[in-house]
Design a protein. Sequence first.
Length: 514
Amino acid sequence: MKLHLLALAGALALAGCVTNPPVEYPVASVGRPATHAPQAEKDKPAPAAPPAAVIPSGPLSAVASADLSSQPVASLDTPPDLWARIRRGFAMPNLETDLVRQQEQFYSTRPEYMQRMADRSRKYLFHIVEELERRNMPTELALLPFIESAFNPQAVSSARAAGMWQFMPATGKDYDLKQNVFRDDRRSVLDSTRAALDYLQKLYGMFGDWHLALAAYNWGEGSVGRAIARNQKAGLGTSYTDLNMPNETRNYVPKLQAVKNIVANTEQFRTELPLIENHPYFQSVSVERDLDVELAARLADVKIDDFKALNPQLNRPVILAAGTPQILLPWDNATVFKRNYEAHATGKYASWTAWAAPATMSAGEAAKRVGWSEGELRSVNSIPPRMLIRAGSVLIVPRTAGRQADVASHVADNGQLSLAPEVVLRRTTIRAGKRDTVASIARRYKLSAAQVADWNDVGPSAAFKAGQQVVLHLPVRASGKARPPTRAVAKGYSKPALKPVARRAAVARKPARR
């Protein structure tokens, strides 16, 4: 037993000889001396600048919570749903006005309408919130499509604003939103959101106030700027509530504030929002070949309506890879699409292609040139009756053996369909006046001298006898208004036009139709 105790004591003594004593390192802190500095160091005067941070090379000691009291700490708990995440990011000053109360009453008394809008938003809301947080913008702005379009990416206003964020054509072009025969990026989920947030950031930079930025988004930056200048000149306030604005703009921010208040306190307003989980709804998938819309939906095992809801920018039944290299699919269906897309490698991807009209022609003539029926050509390309297709217009037509190549990028990005009213001509005869010539009649009826000469078998410089019958082919409207020339016309005089005032008076005397 004694031998065992002696051996143990020897082992402990040996361990004590080889173990290094613990080393204490000073804790670096800006503006504060190290807590374990030697006494000699403490007696020295403080340096002019704080010492450089000390990076320890040995074991680290625990950091006390007091050392972190001045540092922001990120919350580790995940929001239970997307609505909670949106609430956390509210950063705009609240607007407290009677108009807000009115809008709260409007939305809270229409639960079915709120439910439809919220259900529609579930496809897009996560992406918008992600983009707002990435840009450090207030998450109230994720609710703006409720006001603009009720979260309908196919919405089109009477002023031709389109998409979830309601971009006008010119503003859309300013923010690189392509608008052509194949697609309208004002309706694209990704592109329109990017453009809307770019625009809102620009407006906030101009006015330094989110309420004014939103007013400018609705009314135009120039209009808001002029309203501010008028108030400054009159010595009045320049906040959102101080400006003289159209009713639509005056109610615009109160609408957003009302929706914000309802989302922030659903119980108070007796509103039930559908659960929208805090994870992506869709993901982008690359498309390398022109692809029929119906085939894309089938390969992804997605209903065609759901596919179009995520890709609302598509104007035609084909996706052109050169212009739309990515499509959006529900998260789980993206993997299904990739697998089926690769398995379809030996099949036909697109049954449509683009064709440019070489000259101005009717829909019937264009249909003959591409080997198709006129009705189908009109239907697929949205060509109304009695319209001509202008030269250079791009149409969607069936692929044939001679048209198998994918559409080039310059066509996919810039193809336009330009239409003109179809002009129906009617054979008409008039009597020439004294000193009338081919040239004078051509000028009078806005025709070419060559046409008038050809219709009457005379030379372009020929003159007509007074009262001679002259054959013309005039548009139906023009020929319908033509009347037998009076004696004054036969003598070479011009018939005075009916004065506009008299014409309006004649119209006013007609009985109103009900």
